[in-house]
Write a protein of this length. Structure first.
Length: 277
């Protein structure tokens, strides 16, 4: 593999390489994320009432050098790049300066600077609409044997960290720099198998979140909390059988406690990307 590289992909396509033997990645640059405060003025009170801040989109710029054969080759390459970065649907870009992260983008701009009839430098500016980047893979991957994870991106060198648990009390490590919150469209899926004749409760003691399921469960059943939507056996929405709450994950360790009357067997899997501001 090239020492510096970049590619894009989406849910419909595999890696589409921008770099190759003729195209080299030179450098990368990210603009600052804009913090957007939530404020409300109230008549008769000093100052403002504040709520949680949100984060605006940012730009990722990648600069490349293309070593063409001749002028027609250069023109053909410019058309190839247009097809790669311009898409009807959002895509992700990954590059070698941060190989363990993916950046979701919805639009991109290309600026060309010809050096001669065959060679050029060009910069692609990706508009990262989510306001954060994500770990390239999720926690259901074999993370300690997967080279796409980077230790500086929240991975801990602790073999005891697991995202599958068969007991009632455990910890979930979130290596993000922010809280995983499904309401903010952060990916989080919790898969639950349990003998729970009277339902069950999942509590994140770190955040104070409590999710309750009020109906009986057999171990062969699969209760999945996909974002904020509880789904039974992959096809039945069961939100009406809950307390209409959801689970978030704070950065760092989250103390999880699962309980229920006559709860006798439990298995949970926690699947999410780390997110980075």
């Amino acid at each position: 593999m090239l020492s510096k590289w970049a590619y894009v992909f989406d849910e419909f396509t595999d890696k589409i390489w921008i770099t190759d033997n003729q195209c080299k990645l030179l450098e990368s640059e990210i603009t600052e994320v804009v913090t957007q405060p939530t404020e409300q003025e109230m008549q008769g009170r000093d100052g403002v009432l504040v709520g949680p801040n949100t984060f605006g989109p940012f730009d990722l710029s990648l600069k490349f050098f293309y070593n063409g054969v001749d002028e027609p080759d250069l023109y053909a390459f410019t058309e190839k790049i247009k097809k790669i970065v311009h898409s009807k649907y959002p895509r992700y870009v990954v590059h070698s300066d941060m190989p363990g992260r993916k950046y979701g983008f919805n639009v991109a701009q290309i600026e060309w600077e010809k050096i001669n009839h065959a060679d050029a430098t060009f910069t692609i500016t990706f508009h990262c609409y989510k306001g954060y980047s994500e770990s390239l893979t999720r926690t259901d991957d074999k993370i300690y044997r997967n080279s796409t994870w980077q230790y500086e991106n929240g991975l801990k060198a602790d073999k005891d960290i697991s995202y599958i648990h068969k007991n009632w009390a455990f910890e979930i490590w979130n290596g993000s720099t922010d809280t995983i919150d499904p309401v903010m469209h952060h990916y989080l899926k919790i898969v639950i198998n349990a003998n729970a004749p009277n339902g069950l409760t999942i509590e994140n003691e770190t955040t104070g979140d409590i999710f309750e399921y009020h109906e009986p469960l057999k171990y062969k059943d699969e209760l999945m909390i996909q974002s904020v939507h509880p789904i039974l056996n992959q096809n039945k929405r069961v939100g009406k059988n809950t307390n209409y709450q959801w689970i978030t994950l704070a950065p760092g360790y989250n103390k999880i406690h699962i309980y229920g009357k006559k709860l006798s067997k439990i298995k949970t899997q926690w699947i999410f990307n780390f997110i980075y501001r």
